[in-house]
Design a protein around this ligand. Structure first.
Ligand code: TEU
Length: 567
């Protein structure tokens, strides 16, 4: 498939580059940095929402899907950005947030004004006879998932559904008019040349009617996630919009999903989506599955999850997006490695693990220069609604403020949203004004120093180039390796079907801050090092074969090519 040798770069517009000097990123700032983006060799740029929004959820509360928020620029700026990217063969990937819409959106306002057509766009329900809410669901940002629907002259006992913030009203996708609106939005952006789309929490749109309570004590996500109707809605949207472009690429963000569901979302014959994000691998540091806790990552669980998902999607003909970082996740270096002693090794090891794997790699801005979580000292440094709600809930639940802050510092989404660090200046080269979120470690972590003498940025560029060059990476199969060794995550990439070469690629990544041992199968002991992050290693073992048991340095990654290498 054409896109299998592609890599996606994610830009959080609010934090990437500020051209108009208001401390907030904007589209013209991204335009100015297109040469840098192109230097990475990436093929798509996923832009988080830049549409008009009250900003309660940093743009995921949209009040107009077909415009540019004035704080971000103009539609002309978007068209100029798109053209600037296209000049380097790069396509924008736009973020479509269709599970919900801002309560300031015209649709919700007209529903409040009593227009039945627009009331039907939402889940508006009367409380039950006993006064309880329609369902016992809780918002993902805390609190009940129903808020009073105070319509003009309406029934004061009505509520509307919001799985996220109360200013984000869930759209009722069972309404064909809502589905038609979504297709209209995608086609509006297609008319601006856009052929790639990311769909926000799209597996929540198929809420099975009648809406039912979760079994008390069970997590309510099973009730409204991956409803069977999602597949019908996606096929309809595909046919009515992006599916009309043979080279369209789409990715669905799948909250709390499953392998069978994701095979069905992404197997090409299903004509739903191209690929999916799932998050199970990013919950191995959630104690008892709860995000707002502290726990060392369970590496044994991590490698099982990564292996199961790769085997499951491969067996079903599905396709995974491969990522560690995004705008919702703390920086992976802090979670899975050592941000102080082994920052470079951790960064390059984690990159090796996803970029040589089966799927499409996503690089989140700053990951390619080894950015880490900011060093904040107060809850007042955190602005994200999810983090601030969680802190308040932890303290209200009796946790002392230091312990609650320690959890927020580890898990807050703000960790990923600090400005891109371009240089070591007071605002990290992001803006001439004080940034909306404070950078803290740009003195030592920034693009300029990586370009001058860094090892992370060149390594990422090399990985992106390898995917373009080697069919065993872009099209090869996947097999787990050393599954009984909990110190490493390792796998083999097998020759693509019909590939003349017999090359097999062994990728081994140490997840530990100390030396560890790993068995090297005989066929790789005389292999060639395709890429690795240990400068002490020779580039080939043809003369002096590797031992049957190799000792890896802390967070060492090594990729060994064996057989009639096409490379
Ligand atoms: O995220 C889905 C979501 O549930 C996230 O909040 C994520 O699960 C959580 O933060 C991880 O702990 C999408 C967007 O990526 C996110 O930025 C939005 O806040 C959310 O949907 C609502 O649109």
């Amino acid at each position: 498939m054409g896109f299998h040798n592609a890599t996606v770069y994610q830009v959080y517009p609010k934090s990437f580059a500020d051209a108009d000097g208001d401390g907030v990123g904007d589209l013209r700032g991204i335009i100015e940095r297109v040469p840098y983006i192109a230097s990475l060799g990436v093929d798509y740029v996923w832009l988080n929402p830049f549409y008009p929004s009250p900003g309660r959820d940093n743009g995921y509360d949209i009040s107009d899907y077909c415009a540019v928020d004035p704080a971000m620029g103009t539609m002309e700026d978007f068209d100029e950005l798109s053209a600037a990217l296209a000049a380097h063969g790069i396509s924008p990937m736009l973020d479509m947030v269709f599970n919900h819409v801002s309560t300031s959106h015209e649709w919700f306002q007209r529903a409040l004004a009593g227009e039945d057509r627009y009331r039907e766009y939402f889940y508006i329900r009367r409380a039950k006879a006993d006064g309880s809410l329609t369902t016992n669901w809780v918002s993902k940002f805390g609190g009940p998932a129903w808020a009073r629907f105070l319509s003009e002259g309406g029934d004061a006992d009505e509520y509307y559904l919001h799985l996220f913030d109360p200013t984000q009203a869930d759209l009722n996708w069972h309404n064909p008019q809502v589905r038609a609106e979504a297709a209209r939005v995608v086609n509006f952006w297609r008319a601006h040349g856009v052929k790639a789309f990311r769909f926000d929490v799209i597996n929540l749109i198929g809420k099975t009617e009648p809406l039912a309570d979760a079994v008390p004590g069970r997590d309510d996500r099973y009730v409204y996630t991956d409803g069977p109707a999602v597949h019908d809605f996606l096929r309809e949207l595909n046919e009515a919009s992006f599916g009309q472009d043979p080279d369209s690429v789409t990715v669905g963000e799948m909250s709390s999903t499953s392998i069978p569901a994701c095979v069905d979302y992404t197997a090409p014959h299903r004509r739903e989506l191209t690929m999916v994000f799932n998050f199970h691998h990013l919950k191995v540091d959630y104690e008892r599955g709860a995000k707002w806790t502290r726990m060392e990552p369970d590496i044994a669980q991590l490698k099982r999850i990564l292996d199961e998902w790769q085997r499951g999607l491969q067996a079903g003909g599905g396709w995974n997006a491969l990522f560690w970082n995004n705008h919702d996740q703390p920086r992976a270096i802090n979670r899975f490695g050592d941000a102080d002693t082994y920052r470079i090794e951790t960064a390059t090891m984690l990159a090796t693990l996803i970029h040589l794997n089966r799927g499409t790699p996503f690089i989140y801005m700053g990951e390619e220069i080894g950015m880490t979580d900011p060093e904040y000292a107060s809850i007042d440094d955190y602005v994200d609604v999810e983090a601030r709600n969680a802190y308040a809930a932890l303290v209200a639940g009796g946790m002392d403020e230091d312990a609650a802050f320690d959890i927020v510092r580890a898990k807050a989404r703000d960790n990923a949203r600090t400005p891109m660090q371009w240089d070591d200046g007071p605002n990290a080269g992001f803006s001439t004004a004080t940034p909306w979120l404070r950078p803290t470690n740009q003195a030592t972590i920034n693009v300029a120093c990586e370009e001058a003498e860094g090892r992370i940025l060149p390594y990422y560029r090399a990985l992106v180039a390898l995917r373009k060059r080697l069919p065993i990476i872009s099209e090869g199969g996947y097999e787990g390796y050393a599954m009984d060794n909990d110190d490493v995550v390792a796998y083999v990439r097998t020759p693509p079907e019909g590939d003349a070469g017999a090359a097999r690629l062994l990728v081994v990544c140490s997840m530990r801050p100390h030396p560890v041992e790993v068995a090297i199968a005989a066929e790789y002991r005389r292999g060639r090092v395709l890429i690795g992050n240990n400068a002490e290693r020779p580039t080939s073992f043809e003369e002096t074969p590797l031992p049957a048991t190799l000792t890896l340095a802390p967070y060492e990654a090594i990729a060994l090519l064996a057989g009639d290498a096409q490379a």
